[in-house]
Design a protein around this ligand. Structure first.
Ligand code: 26W
Length: 833
């Protein structure tokens, strides 16, 4: 076959040579250098390579990269089977993995491939990367954390499998129409995904105690008609940095057993059979887009059970295949529950040990508790999952029986220690009485596991002392903290090539797998030449973002302004509204005093609102409306610009975070469990303006208080103020607060839709401003004055930014995973010989 597009002499090295040069070539390959790629175009797509579309080129290149890693992937699993080490299993309803091509190329140390590809094929890798859909199999922080954790597990060579669901539709695509969020489906799998490998031979049968109907995304139970659903695994490679270990992310797809449609078909009920098939398959149809509200959707209950049943079946099979004895389960298996979503693992593992392994209760319970561990990600009461006993009865009667027995024994123990303390028993019971009885999944997770952790120091402390103090008293040794982290591969090396190169120049390449090495650059904050280079890298990132934004969203922003960024799910506790009001205060100041000396600023917002969260949608509309008016006002032109960027995603974050100057982390203290974008911003050299909440506290400790802008009530003050806080007082006594709010309430930003922001008046003044926006507003505005004053001296700003980057080492997910391995899982690496 002739070379199709000899754009330039293919003098550069091909992937195989690169691989060998980097010490990754111990696995034998055959074939010519670019055969991997060209072969894929011809044999997979059956086309003349010269005619390949960018999508076909993306698929061929990804398949070629997969060819490069395939044998290593097989080798990793063989290595684990042979060595029989302790395995870590990360169970999560969400894996917000985003795109994979660039990540896999970088982690395989194939980055020079980009240049080779461009030279020999005349196609830019950057262009092909854009062809890959962003796998949005998560809502936000919890899902992205899961993705960062599996990257670190593979990089640290820990034998690990991530288990999740292969949703046909990920998180909805957000459009903005007249400032209103409109949700569009995300059919990310309409074209073949080059990374996944279907393994129908390893499918699992999931029995449920009844048949059901799906209506409007909800389940209606048809009693006493048990049915089976099939779980088909789809594996994705999780490439550790350097390519030594390639772990697996195993996602389950629900399918209907073949017997059940053929049987019915031959019986004549064709439509019934097809209907049941659709029904079974609807279990993994769509990711629930509700972040931090546990709405009682029964199809979600079925999804959670389906994940648990399939994954535990798989885990136990692997455990037994390796010849292990049941008593060794906690020595060979650690299962981490990402929030309570997979908490059904407690009764399910117990059921396996009792009913399938035939163990007695005491041993089965002991093994269950010692194998499982639980991470809590939120203290919001409305996010705590509680499932109606009725649903358990219909779908999982055996599991309910086990939950009752766990509860009976547990309450017996508590009662023995605290005789007569009925209030305590009611609080810790796994069952919520009164009205429709419910199973409290957090209580089940705490009782049924040996470790309960929060995700930042303050969060773990509040969990222990305020949210579940009764449990902390019964099981003090179970509670611990594991401060979150993020993977420096995706969030620095890949997202910010200029800064990454500067850092490698300064401290050597080791920072990529040991972020603490960045500390060696701390002294360079005092080096004017280094600060200048830092600013050059920041400007390059800004330009890249500006171009990308223009090309993908048609929005133009000025790179010579301060990029002030708040990107996260829209929620009252995260206080996008506080940021919006602050903008209006500055808008008023600028209108009143056109010569006010402030650096020009672009305030960028992005984030999705849960489709049923009305106020969150009004907040989006407000930000968009403020942008429309402010951006068109000649009085503030060139000084203040506000944009709401639609469809926040992993990809958007990867472009925007490197370009940011200021990171907005302004939740009401005590409500943000950790935050993880705060860490990404820090390592990319943005300064934080934030409250003393979540990981912000630890960011300030690491960076030094003088290198962050902290303001606002503390968590203690928020709790203490609940009794007497009065937002009206601020409205009546603070002229700037009143003026800003009046502008919002009096339709200045919505002249064509009077009353559009009435819900905001209601929340802030009518309903007592639960998240205390007005309590923190004045200090926030004053803090922003300090931010802008500092930005006017770009060199002084750069000095603080460099300190932030250099001191961000703690926030690598490698450190987080190391701590889980040491304290919770007692698992270690299993490296190739
Ligand atoms: C059942 C509905 C539901 C769905 C998602 C309830 C709760 C959630 C998550 C717990 C929300 C979430 O993503 N929490 C975030 O987890 C991050 C990773 O630990 C933290 O950094 C964030 O602070 C926390 O809000």
């Amino acid at each position: 076959m002739g070379k199709a597009k000899p754009a330039a002499a293919p003098s550069a090295k091909g992937p195989l040579e690169i691989l060998q040069e980097y010490g990754c070539g111990s696995v034998p390959f055959s074939g010519a250098n670019d055969a991997l790629y060209e072969r894929r175009l011809v044999f997979d797509h059956v086309i003349e390579p010269a005619t390949a579309t960018p999508r076909e080129q993306f698929e061929a290149l990804s398949a070629a990269v997969r060819d490069v890693l395939a044998q290593r992937w097989v080798e990793t699993s063989r290595r684990h089977d042979t060595a029989n080490p302790k395995q870590v299993y990360y169970l999560s309803m969400e894996f917000l993995i985003g795109r994979s091509l660039a990540n896999n190329v970088a982690n395989l140390l194939l980055s020079p491939l980009g240049a080779w590809f461009e030279k020999s094929k005349g196609v830019s890798l950057a262009r092909l990367i854009e062809e890959e859909p962003d796998a949005g199999l998560g809502n936000g922080g919890l899902g992205r954390l899961a993705a960062c954790c599996i990257d670190s597990l593979a990089t640290l060579d820990v034998p690990a499998v991530g288990y999740g669901l292969r949703y046909d539709f990920g998180i909805f695509r957000q459009e903005l129409r007249d400032g209103n969020q409109v949700e569009q489906p995300d059919p990310w799998l309409t074209e073949p995904d080059p990374w996944e490998v279907a393994r129908p031979g390893e499918q699992v049968t999931v029995p449920v105690g009844c048949t059901f109907e799906v209506r409007h995304g909800d389940v209606r139970v048809k009693h006493a008609q048990p049915m089976n659903i099939l779980g088909v695994p789809y594996d994705r490679p999780v490439v550790g940095y350097g390519g030594r270990t390639i772990n697996t992310l195993r996602l389950w797809r629900a399918a209907s057993p073949n017997v059940f449609d053929f049987g019915e078909f031959s019986g004549g009920d064709f439509f019934g059979a097809v209907g049941d098939r659709v029904l079974a398959e609807s279990v993994t149809r769509v990711l629930y887009p509700d972040d931090s509200t546990a709405r009682g959707r029964s199809l979600r209950f079925l999804q959670e059970y389906f994940l648990v049943r399939c994954s535990l079946d798989d885990i136990v099979k692997r455990f037994r295949r390796r010849g292990n004895d049941w008593a060794a389960l906690p020595d060979k298996v650690a299962i981490q529950l990402n929030d309570t979503h997979p908490a059904m693992a407690v009764p399910e593992l117990l059921r396996i040990l009792l009913d399938e392994a035939g163990l007695g209760w005491d041993q089965a319970w002991d093994l269950t508790v010692r194998t499982l561990a639980y991470t809590n990600h939120t203290l919001l009461p409305e996010a705590l999952e509680k499932w109606p006993v009725e649903l358990f009865e219909a779908l999982l009667p055996r599991h309910l029986e086990l939950v009752y027995e766990i509860n009976r024994r547990f309450l017996g123990d508590v009662a023995a220690k605290h005789p007569g303390d009925e209030g305590r028993l009611a609080r810790v019971s796994l069952i919520e009485e009164g009205g429709a009885r419910k199973v409290r999944m957090a209580n089940l997770a705490i009782v049924g596991t040996h470790s309960t952790n929060g995700v930042a120091a303050i969060h773990s402390e509040l969990l222990r002392t305020a949210t579940v103090p009764d449990f902390a008293e019964v099981f003090p040794e179970r509670f611990n903290n594991k401060t979150n982290g993020v993977t420096p591969r995706r969030w620095l090396l890949l997202a910010n090539p200029d800064l990454a190169a500067l850092l490698t120049d300064a401290v050597g390449p080791e920072w990529v797998t040991n972020l603490a090495h960045l500390r060696k650059a701390d002294g360079l904050a005092d080096d004017p030449a280094f600060r200048a280079k830092f600013l050059v890298a920041k400007r390059a990132a800004k330009l890249r973002f500006v171009d990308w934004l223009k090309a993908t969203a048609g929005i133009a922003v000025d790179p010579d302004t301060l990029f002030d960024v708040q990107i996260k799910r829209i929620h009252e506790y995260k206080r996008q509204l506080l940021n919006a009001i602050q903008v209006v205060v500055w808008y008023n100041r600028l209108r009143a005093n056109p010569s006010l000396a402030v650096p020009p600023r672009t305030v960028l917002f992005a984030g999705k609102a849960a489709p049923a969260y009305h106020l969150a949608k009004v907040i989006i509309k407000l930000v968009a409306a403020i942008g429309k008016v402010v951006n068109a006002d000649p009085a503030t032109r060139g000084k203040l610009r506000v944009e709401f960027l639609p469809n926040y995603s992993c990809t958007l974050a990867e472009h925007l975070i490197p370009a940011a100057d200021l990171s907005e982390q302004i939740s009401t203290a005590g409500y943000e469990a950790s935050g993880t974008s705060n860490m990404k911003f820090m390592m990319n050299g943005a300064l934080t303006v934030g409250t003393r909440d979540g990981a912000n506290i630890e960011i300030a400790e690491e960076a030094g208080q003088e290198n962050v802008f902290m303001f606002g009530l503390t968590a203690d003050q928020v709790l203490g103020g609940r009794g007497w806080y009065n937002p009206q007082w601020h409205y009546e006594n603070e002229p700037e607060t009143r003026a800003a709010l009046n502008l919002i309430f009096d339709n200045h930003f919505c002249p064509d839709e009077p009353g559009a922001f009435e819900a905001i008046r209601e929340t802030l003044l009518g309903k007592g401003d639960y998240y205390m926006h007005l309590a923190d507003l004045t200090e926030y505005v004053e803090t922003q004055r300090g931010v802008m004053a500092l930005y006017a001296d770009r060199d002084a700003w750069a000095k603080k930014a460099v300190h932030n980057v250099a001191r961000s080492g703690k926030f690598s997910s490698d450190r987080t995973i190391f701590e889980y391995c040491r304290d919770v899982w007692r698992a270690g690496p299993c490296r190739p010989a």
